[in-house]
Ligand binder design. Structure first.
Ligand code: 0A1
Ligand code: ZN
Length: 876
């Protein structure tokens, strides 16, 4: 059933009017901000003179409209809830409007809003229409000049895009600053910030020798958390010059940290606005993982200056054009400056759990959707992460050199334009001479392709035949799927653990190659092999597919030790652990004791005791597959079986390898001053994995180690790891006081209190849900702040599966209550939070019914468009 309110890609039409110049004047006040806009409007050559000018506008109080200085009377325009229409307009003219808006009551955090008294904006994708009447679409690009007027004492800092060109004190109370951005941009990249802020300042000299002023603006108490992000910014700027030949193009680059923010951060031209959680860090308050996330986000937003801002999207269906490419660029950056295999492992783990789950659920959509009701619902893992995998596949198909040429051509050809995914792909096809027609299907087909591999060795012919087939399961609205172009990076591992030379049709391919699938079935014959090798397929996870390659536990254990590809070594280990966990789950269902087999224990022992070349990879290899990943492998999901099997395995490994883990813990302890450098991070990660196994035994001496680490208070990574062990122990004797002490120590720091919430609500014991309800009443919690909601509710729902999926349905009820409240306050966050309730198809009948019941209860409310779209899809 087609929804009347849906918007379709096929209906795209070029804008009828362009805006050459945009002059804005903001007179800031919490309840009644006045926004004056002077727009130089130009009718498009192809537009008929009778075509009305229609401007978008949401929740605006219109004060006045004038054309070329002449005020219009009410008969000359129509203003409704969503637009302002002018019927007869000249070919080219100045349009002046004045509107009033109320930032203080804007809890949706789109448009102009307030966060701790500070004014800030979020305009992507369609927030600018909440600021003034405007053609709010990315293919209308304009030069902006912005004057911000504000109170001198409460708003001493007034920022917007570009360069300050004028500033003055108006009277005792007020002052203004005028900013000019020389680069034409779509309205979604507009930004304004006003507040009582302080800055960290630095400089960067570009490759061509220009000086760029760098500023990081924060509230005073956060100045001691700015050093890391500033350095990450400088590293990103240098990296983009070296790797992609991209130089910065303005005299200043500013970042502002904001506490209330829907997403991670936003790439507004020259004035990035960041969720404070995505930029503020220091060793006392911030865990290693967050340092790395911050580095990646700073890079991501900076990289958007080219992939997003200089070359932008024609329409929002093209979102993956900027996001997929920019995520790929930030992944490459993080992998260049840290442990490359671990970066890949983390990204793939996210993809294979969360994105694959999206791709197999009711909200599945292609990387480039062809219709939507609410575009904010499409800032998804599919658009971002699968979008990045698609760009990575191009790199895999073309090789780096040609990929880089394609990227150069794209930036060069489309600089200053708003373009489509096809334009990007065409550049890649042009420089490589490859036919990428079939490749485009990656943007159009939803669902995760399944690749099945079998191999047969023929001793007489001394060859191995590798058969690969592909199939993409149906997704809502897309029943038939075509074969995709899939790059399968691979090698053959010989009995000595070394990669064998690959010979196909008499041609030598080296020891690692990329097989390209374009059809449903393929056969590849490798020659000149003395014995049956073990195929190592999909190295580096060269395509976002589910690979079914039936390897025995022996072969998995072999690859885990010998594969030359770090990612595949890890993956073989995960498969091996998974097959053990499956045995345990079967035992749980049969009410039999959960006994862990020797193979898993022996492989883990070997890992711990043999010298490791990459500690970061080792730490990852020692971790069992997450509950979410295990669930993703099952046709029918049994949360309790998963949880108990994984817990039993962790405990058994802890018991069997207690001495080894204790020795590992000791070995990786260090007194060196904290640094977020990846080698130190790897060491802490390894040490804290060991601590986890030790504490899983519940032995008092293990918990004493955790207590000592907590008391030692060396850095937040170690403190939080210790606190987690204490707070998640069955015996609350140590956990309770530690949780209390931590809460008192950090009551003044909301980002640390988020960690405090998250640690408590991920506790596996059955009292977790009551704790969530209790903490929702804590003074540090606010349902209006997205970070608090994610830390408290999001962590419970996504990281505490046994308790969220309680059979009595209380977990679902709690989430539905939250969604109903958020639907009124912040529809975007509500629509994100409701997603776990839509994933009921593979659960047992009792839970399925309970989830559906809660969704129906939500549907009974007066719903925002975003929540409506998700709930309708789920119940369809
Ligand atoms: N373009 C940003 C993501 C973003 C999207 C929407 C937002 O508010 C509704 C905020 C940020 C990025 O990719 O980083
Ligand atoms: Zn982005």
């Amino acid at each position: 059933m087609s929804d009347p309110r849906a918007i379709y890609l096929k209906d795209y039409q070029v804008p009828t009017y362009q805006i050459e110049q945009t002059e804005l004047r903001f007179d800031l006040s919490s309840e009644a901000t006045r926004v004056r806009a002077r727009l130089c409007v130009q009718r498009d050559d192809t537009t008929s003179v009778s075509e009305p000018l229609v401007l978008d506008g949401e929740a605006l109080t219109l004060i006045s409209v004038a054309i070329d200085g002449r005020p219009l009377d009410a008969a000359e325009y129509d203003a409704d809830e969503h637009s302002l229409t002018l019927h007869a307009v000249p070919d080219r003219f100045w349009l002046e409007t004045e509107v009033e808006i109320a930032p203080a009551s804007n809890t949706a955090l789109e448009g102009l809003y307030q966060s701790n008294g500070m004014f800030c904006t979020q305009c992507e994708p369609e927030g600018f229409r909440r600021i003034t009447f405007y053609p709010d679409r990315p293919d209308v690009m304009s030069r902006f000049t912005t004057t911000v007027i504000g109170d001198r004492t409460t708003l001493p800092v007034l920022l917007s895009n570009g360069n300050p060109i004028d500033q003055c004190v108006i009277d005792d109370a007020r002052h203004y600053v005028t900013w000019e951005d020389p680069h034409p941009k779509p309205a979604y990249l507009f930004a304004l910030v006003a507040g009582n802020l302080e800055k960290r300042e630095d400089h960067f000299t570009t490759a061509s020798g220009r000086d760029v002023l760098l500023q990081l603006w924060v509230e005073t108490q956060n100045l001691n958390k700015t050093e890391f992000a500033m350095n990450a910014l400088k590293r990103s700027m240098r990296w983009d010059e070296e790797r992609f030949g991209r130089e910065y193009d303005l005299d200043r680059f500013m970042i502002v940290a904001v506490d209330d923010f829907n997403m991670g951060a936003m790439e507004n031209k020259g004035l990035n606005i960041f969720n404070s959680s995505a930029v503020l860090a220091n060793p006392e308050t911030t865990v290693d993982m967050m340092f790395q996330r911050i580095e990646g986000i700073v890079a991501h937003e900076y990289f958007h200056n080219w992939s997003g801002n200089r070359v932008t999207c024609r329409d929002w269906f093209q979102l993956a054009l900027k996001e997929g490419f920019t995520v790929f660029r930030d992944q490459l950056f993080s992998s260049d400056v840290n442990s490359a295999p671990v970066k890949r492992i983390e990204d793939v783990a996210l993809l294979r759990t969360a994105q694959f789950a999206e791709d197999s659920g009711p909200t599945a959509h292609p990387v480039r959707p062809d219709h939507f009701i609410e575009i904010t619902n499409f800032y998804t893992l599919t658009v971002y992460e699968k979008g990045a995998e698609v760009v990575r596949m191009l790199r895999n198909l073309l090789g780096w050199e040609q990929f880089r040429q394609g990227s150069d051509l794209y930036f060069d050809r489309f600089d200053g334009q708003a373009v489509r995914v096809e334009d990007f792909i065409d550049c890649m096809a042009e420089v490589s001479g490859q036919d990428l027609t079939r490749f485009m299907l990656w943007y159009a087909q939803a669902g995760t392709p399944e690749v099945t591999a079998t191999s047969a060795y023929d001793a007489d012919a001394r060859c191995l035949t590798l058969s690969l087939s592909q199939r993409t399961p149906p997704t809502p609205g897309q029943t038939e799927k075509e074969p995709l172009q899939i790059p399968v990076a691979m090698g053959l591992v010989g009995a000595d653990g070394k990669d064998l030379p690959l010979i196909m049709n008499g041609e030598s391919l080296g020891t690692s190659t990329v097989l390209v699938m374009t059809d449903a079935e393929h056969r590849f014959v490798f020659e000149n092999l003395d014995a049956a090798p073990v195929p190592s397929l999909l190295r580096g996870f060269s395509a976002p597919v589910k690979l079914h390659h039936a390897l025995s536990d022996e072969q998995l254990a072999f690859l885990m030790r010998h594969d030359s590809d770090g990612f595949n070594r890890w993956d073989a280990g995960q498969q091996l652990a998974l097959s053990e966990l499956e045995r345990l789950m079967a035992a749980w269902h049969a009410d039999e004791p959960l006994v862990v087999g020797d193979r898993l224990i022996d492989t883990m022992r070997a890992l711990i005791t043999e010298p490791a070349d990459d500690k970061a990879v080792l730490a990852e290899m020692l971790r069992l597959p997450s509950e979410a990943f295990i669930a993703e492998q099952q046709a029918e999901v049994h949360i309790d079986a998963i949880h108990h099997a994984r817990r039993a395995a962790t405990r058994a490994l802890g018991e069997a390898l207690y001495d080894e883990f204790a020795a590992l813990y000791d070995r990786e302890r260090s007194d060196a001053p904290y640094s977020p450098h990846f080698e130190q991070i790897a060491q802490r990660s390894l040490k804290n994995v060991a601590l986890g196994y030790l504490c899983a035994t519940g032995r008092p001496d293990a918990l004493a180690l955790a207590q000592a680490q907590f008391d030692d208070n060396a850095n937040m990574t170690d403190v939080r790891a210790a606190l987690t062990q204490l707070a998640h122990a069955d015996d609350t004797a140590l956990g309770e006081p530690a949780v209390r002490a931590f809460g008192e120590r950090w009551a003044h720091d909301p980002l640390v209190m988020d960690q405090w919430f998250a640690t408590q609500v991920s506790r596996p014991q059955p009292d977790a849900l009551e704790r969530v309800r209790f903490l929702m009443g804590h003074e540090a919690f606010s349902i209006k702040n997205p970070n608090r909601v994610r830390a408290l509710i999001g962590t419970f729902v996504n990281q505490n599966l046994v308790n969220f999926h309680r059979e009595d349905g209380q977990g679902y009820r709690l989430l539905a209550d939250v969604v109903i409240e958020l639907n009124r306050l912040n529809p975007d966050i509500a629509a994100r939070m409701v997603l776990p309730l839509t994933r009921f198809r593979r659960l047992d009948p009792v839970r399925r019914a309970a989830m559906r019941g809660e969704l129906e209860r939500i549907r009974g409310e007066s719903l925002s468009r975003s929540v409506f779209e998700v709930v309708e899809k789920a119940l369809a």
